[in-house]
Ligand binder design. Structure first.
Ligand SMILES: Nc1ncnc2c1ncn2[C@@H]1O[C@H](COP(=O)(O)OP(=O)(O)OP(=O)(O)O)[C@@H](O)[C@H]1O
Ligand SMILES: [Mg+2]
Length: 425
């Protein structure tokens, strides 16, 4: 039985920060940082690191290159070499991620890492995320936290399972769709079922690229791709104006008949551009990726690599979000399927697209056993972007969490592979 069931969450004592657990949710695009004594992450910043370029005028001769992290790197990106330590939710640049973790302690929380307790989120294990890669990443991460940061206790937690805990759910299917792709993870009595976890590489970055492509085509802009600040504008347009259609063909007809409201977006130079049927075309690509010109991993480097150094999804399958939900559901044992489907928890930034919940309901209704009541089966989290962080704070506030964490003495005795024995969920 999962410890969540039996234990009581201890009341965080804001006077006493000594027994707090620091919660780090480092996403592909955004890092959410805080302690489990906080109501929400106290620092949220872009997961990027910028290094002063060789020969930079601001760099003293003989001095080491300076690094900037998060918003600072973003502001100065024109004069820095930018690195994205995480791609598709996986760590891809170890030097950069170490500096970013260090920043979480000293820059965000203003604490020394030595002697602290840390819960760090990790992506779910999928069949695409090769065993050896997954294992090595976990061990190397654990080693860095104990040996470089000298933490006292450490725990690695599946970010999609954490999102289920956001509202205290222990069983259901977590449908988590952010900038690293989309994961459907069945969770039973608090534990993620790896064998039934499914993944689609369609990510929020892909959706933004898709909007940029559509808008540039319509404006007869023949360039391939746009620069980073244009990309940011398209991302804002997507976050403000895009939605998921309940019936795409019907809504498209309305757009084609002129029966729609254009949304105007003012660029920094004062030009206003209109978002038309792109409002529903972008969200549709989450359900029907074949409508967008997304590339697969085995393809040549994508034409839609708009942002220079940002890595494009390296290759994985592009599946509709409703298909990963359905596939996960079908991979579970038939005796628990009905219960799992009563509780589909939506999280990640793409879950903010209006209409997601209704469209998913429609898609699933036509596929599952009609005897299953899909009345209120989808439960959006209160704040989808922060759901994994909040779930981490909930889990780490349980009195039983103390026994779940890897302690320093356990690490010293067993080495990094203790992570596989202690951190599973
Ligand atoms: N209101 C919104 N409408 C549509 N999309 C949104 C909205 N708010 C955020 N997003 C999108 O969500 C994505 C970021 O989601 P999120 O912060 O969950 O990802 P992440 O945690 O960085 O990545 P990971 O997938 O690795 O967990 C971005 O593509 C962003 O544009
Ligand atoms: Mg995330």
């Amino acid at each position: 039985m999962h410890p969540l069931i039996f234990s009581e969450r201890y009341a965080p004592d804001s006077e006493n920060q000594e027994n707090s657990v620091l919660v780090f949710d480092i996403g592909t695009s955004t890092s959410k940082i805080g302690s489990n004594h906080d109501d929400g992450p106290i620092d949220i910043f872009p997961t990027i690191l910028g290094r002063e370029r060789d020969g930079s005028k601001t760099r003293m001769v003989g001095c080491e290159a300076k690094y900037h992290i998060g918003d600072e790197a973003h502001c100065k990106r024109g004069i820095l070499s930018i690195s994205h330590p995480v791609a598709n939710s996986r760590i891809e640049d170890w030097n950069a991620i170490e500096k970013l973790w260090e920043h979480c302690f000293t820059g965000c929380l203003k604490v020394v890492s030595n002697g602290k307790s840390v819960l760090l989120s990790e992506p779910p294990k999928t069949s695409k995320n090769r065993d050896s890669f997954f294992k090595n990443t976990r061990e190397r991460t654990t080693q860095i936290f104990f040996e470089k940061f000298e933490v006292q206790d450490f725990f690695l937690a599946n970010k999609s399972v954490l999102a289920m805990y956001d509202k205290g759910h222990l069983s259901g299917i977590s449908l988590d769709s952010g900038d690293g792709g989309s994961f459907a993870v069945p969770v039973y009595e608090g534990y993620g079922l790896n064998y039934a976890t499914t993944y689609s590489s369609v990510s929020g970055i892909d959706l933004t690229n898709h909007l940029a492509t559509l808008m540039m085509k319509r404006q007869n802009d023949k360039r391939i791709g746009c620069n980073l600040s244009e990309f940011e504008n398209y991302k804002t347009m997507k976050d403000y104006f895009c939605k998921v259609a309940l019936d795409y063909d019907v809504d498209m007809e309305k757009f084609n008949a002129g029966d729609f409201e254009e949304k105007g977006y003012e660029l920094p130079d004062g030009t206003v551009i209109q978002v038309r049927n792109e409002q529903i075309m972008v969200g549709e690509a989450l359900f029907r990726p074949e409508l967008a010109d997304f590339k697969n991993s085995d393809d040549e480097k994508s034409n839609y690599d708009f942002f220079g150094s940002v890595q494009q999804s390296p290759l994985l399958e592009k599946l509709g979000i409703q298909n990963i939900l359905y596939n996960s559901y079908m991979k579970t044992c038939s005796s628990i399927r009905r219960d799992l489907l009563q509780n589909v928890v939506l999280s990640g930034g793409n879950a903010m697209l209006p209409g997601m919940k209704e469209r998913l309901w429609n898609e699933m209704w036509s596929r599952v056993d009609p005897a299953i009541n899909l009345g209120k089966f989808i439960k959006p989290t209160s704040s989808p972007v922060y759901a994994s962080w909040v779930g981490g704070a909930v889990l780490s506030s349980l009195s039983s969490f103390q026994d779940m964490m890897i302690t320093k003495s356990e690490y010293d005795e067993n080495g990094p592979n203790i992570v596989h024995r202690k951190c599973f969920m």
